[in-house]
Design a binder for this molecule. Structure first.
Ligand code: GAL
Ligand code: ZN
Length: 661
């Protein structure tokens, strides 16, 4: 049986805990911590993320005695340990003795120690030192009863332009292109006299006088993600060799640009994520839902782990409002509703010193006898009542396609408008589905689409032939496809596809265009029935070739097109409609696909999502609302029976199962 979240939740139920950094505290505090953790229902803590210097105080020395005591203490308290390889933050001695392990930015400046994350992903010295430590860590704790999960590194995202990185980049390029002629062609180096005559001339896209070659830059993004992945794999393999039954994860950061999580997720046993919604952002609940759905997609529909969230304020935004009472519960239960089987925090006890001393924690500076810690405890207790949710899937009939290389390629300099971005496009298409209680799976372009009634492509600037063919076949076979603007523009090398656009989808969309026209200010559009709406930023000069014009620019020309192709329907949106118009569009395409939200009527601000047998309702709005229900139900959180409708106070959550308990 493959390793996964079930490996952890079997016998534990939903996971609850956080990052634990005992090296910041004297040992008598550890005892109190274990006691408090127990009282709060904590069953998993992440230990050792930043303890390289503590374990290896000088090159080659080892001090595990303190960590032995920590693991013994946690084990005795029945708390599972998510043991980190402490390789995210090397000690100063590494950079001091081996400066080549320190990362170099695109201007050639070396970044120093004194903070964290200062390593070069392609440094052989870093690799060797890191793996030696991981070997010893694995050897030491392989059989420790508290060991539940391995946490490799922390939030991978380093980029480096040093000579070691340039060398590794060249090796990566040789692997991809074989010979220099192929590379020169792929990078279009006849442009601006960029032709390479030997491999040694090729470097990472370092700071240059003007716009860097976009194909080179795209390959560098790919390389950086792969170089980090190679390091992750190397650590993972050391761990797997020693503990084949202990799952391995590394914590992601949602829609984080430098790392292609589709390629990473298949290399780990458990998908985990760090997520910190901005309390000042009114759209945070929907953005969070999107991130959670991405994690579920990365986990291929299996449960995932919310590795880090905050109980209240963070310290790294310029201005950091607290979370109001009740918010930590609401946010955590939102993750449960969207497929998380573990709800962990950064961090257990608030630091007294260091860069994060003003970051909230499960135990604040003021101690355990506080409002915040009382909420933490209550939440831990409540999660025990939701045990049966663990392992349950979140079914979705709608897929939304998102791709890292396309994101990278789209946002290179020198394009028609930098106001069309991959993540904004994604979010603006996601929002109306979220508002309507329609569950969405995030998928990569190469995903099998046949199981979905509706597939939405907010933007795929870069689209490969095979993926375009698969989308075409999906529509012909009866699927409903929606494609946003500026899609299908370039191939995998970031070369523009010539001919009328979007060339690879022209036939299935039954329309094609010849000019992109970014605009200042709003543009008016009109649905065929006469109702008007506004769009912005982007328009295209496009003509139907079999498609019907569903909406047009009032100044002339189609804005939204719909085409019956084979058994299915393909939509194309040649502009950026306002949110309400995207809502209208969502209703039309949902009708084409025969998909509905989980409830017929959903008040604004209420999130509705079904996970297994449980219907979660979460009120993110500022007012109490009444939600009509189709059947009698029992709320797992309160044990009370509800029929007809349920009233939800602001920040309230209901977890409803059909029938009376
Ligand atoms: C994460 C990181 C943690 C901590 C936290 C603060 O990015 O993994 O170590 O820094 O942010 O919000
Ligand atoms: Zn480097």
């Amino acid at each position: 049986m493959t390793l996964g979240m079930h490996t952890l939740t079997a016998g534990r139920g939903l996971l609850f805990g956080g990052d634990y950094n005992p090296e910041q505290w004297p040992e008598h505090v550890w005892e109190e911590d274990a006691e408090l953790m127990r009282a709060a229902g904590v069953n998993l803590v992440t230990v050792g993320v930043f303890s390289w210097a503590r374990i290896e105080p000088e090159p080659g020395k080892r001090d595990f005695a303190w960590l032995d005591r920590v693991l013994d203490l946690l084990g005795a308290a029945g708390i599972g340990v998510d043991l980190a390889t402490p390789t995210a933050s090397p000690p100063p001695w590494l950079g001091h003795r081996w400066p080549e392990t320190l990362p170099v930015d695109e201007s050639g400046h070396r970044l120093w120690y004194g903070s964290r994350n200062q390593f070069c992903p392609s440094s052989p010295v870093y690799r060797e030192r890191a793996l030696a430590l991981v070997e010893d860590l694995a050897e030491r704790y392989a059989d420790h009863p508290a060991l539940a999960l391995w946490h490799v590194g922390n939030e991978y995202g380093q980029v480096c332009h040093c000579d070691d990185s340039a060398r590794a980049f060249r090796a990566w390029l040789k692997e991809r292109y074989g010979d220099l002629d192929t590379l020169n062609e792929a990078w279009g180096t006849t442009f601006w006299s960029q032709r390479y005559s030997e491999w040694a001339e090729i470097v990472t896209p370092r700071r240059a006088p003007y716009i860097v070659n976009p194909s080179q830059q795209l390959d560098f993004w790919r390389f950086c993600s792969d170089a980090l992945l190679a390091h992750f794999r190397a650590e993972r393999d050391v761990l797997r060799a020693r503990t084949p039954d202990v799952p391995v994860t590394t914590n992601f950061m949602g829609l984080f640009k430098p790392v292609d999580y589709w390629s990473w997720a298949q290399e780990e046993d458990i998908v985990s994520n760090d997520h910190y919604p901005d309390p000042a952002d009114p759209l945070a609940p929907a953005r969070t839902a999107l991130t959670h759905d991405l994690m579920r997609g990365l986990a291929k529909g299996r449960p995932w782990l919310l590795m880090e969230q905050s109980t209240s304020a963070v310290n790294w935004r310029p201005h950091n409002p607290l979370k109001p009472p009740g918010r930590l519960r609401l946010e955590s239960l939102q993750a449960v509703a969207r497929g998380a089987d573990g709800l962990c925090y950064f961090q257990w006890r608030a630091s007294r010193f260091g860069a994060e001393r003003f970051h909230s924690a499960m135990v604040p500076h003021a101690g355990a006898d506080t409002r915040l810690h009382a909420e933490v405890r209550a939440h831990g207790r409540e999660l025990r009542g939701l045990r049966e949710v663990a392992g349950q899937p979140v079914p979705a009939r709608v897929a939304m396609v998102f791709d890292w290389p396309s994101w990278w390629a789209l946002e290179e300099r020198g394009r028609p408008s930098d106001r069309l971005t991959a993540t904004d496009q994604l979010f603006s298409y996601y929002l109306p589905f979220w508002e309507r209680g329609v569950s969405v799976d995030l998928v990569p372009p190469s995903a099998g689409l046949d199981g979905y009634a509706l597939v939405v492509v907010p933007n795929l600037f870069l689209l490969g032939d095979a993926d375009a063919a698969a989308m075409t076949a999906y529509v012909r076979g009866g699927g409903v496809l929606v494609v946003g603007p500026f899609s299908g523009v370039v191939d995998e090398r970031a070369h523009v596809r010539t001919g009328r656009f979007p060339a690879p989808l022209r036939e299935v969309l039954g329309a094609s265009g010849e000019e992109w026209q970014p605009v200042e200010g709003p543009v008016r559009c009109r649905w065929a029935d006469g109702a008007e709406f506004a769009a912005h930023t982007w328009t295209e000069l496009i003509e139907p070739e079999g498609a019907e014009t569903v909406a047009e620019f009032t100044g002339g020309g189609p804005a939204v097109l719909r085409h019956r192709a084979g058994e299915g329907v393909a939509w194309y949106v040649a502009t950026m409609p306002e949110p309400d118009a995207l809502g209208e569009l969502a209703e039309r395409v949902l009708a084409d696909a025969g998909v509905r939200g989980v409830l017929p009527e959903l008040p604004r601000g209420v999130e509705a999502v079904r996970r297994g047998d449980v219907l979660f309702l979460l009120n993110h709005g500022a007012d109490a609302v009444r939600v009509p229900l189709p059947h009698a139900a029992t709320d797992l959180l309160t044990g009370s029976a509800v029929a007809g409708r349920i009233t939800l106070a602001p920040q309230a959550v209901a977890a409803l199962v059909r029938g009376e308990a």
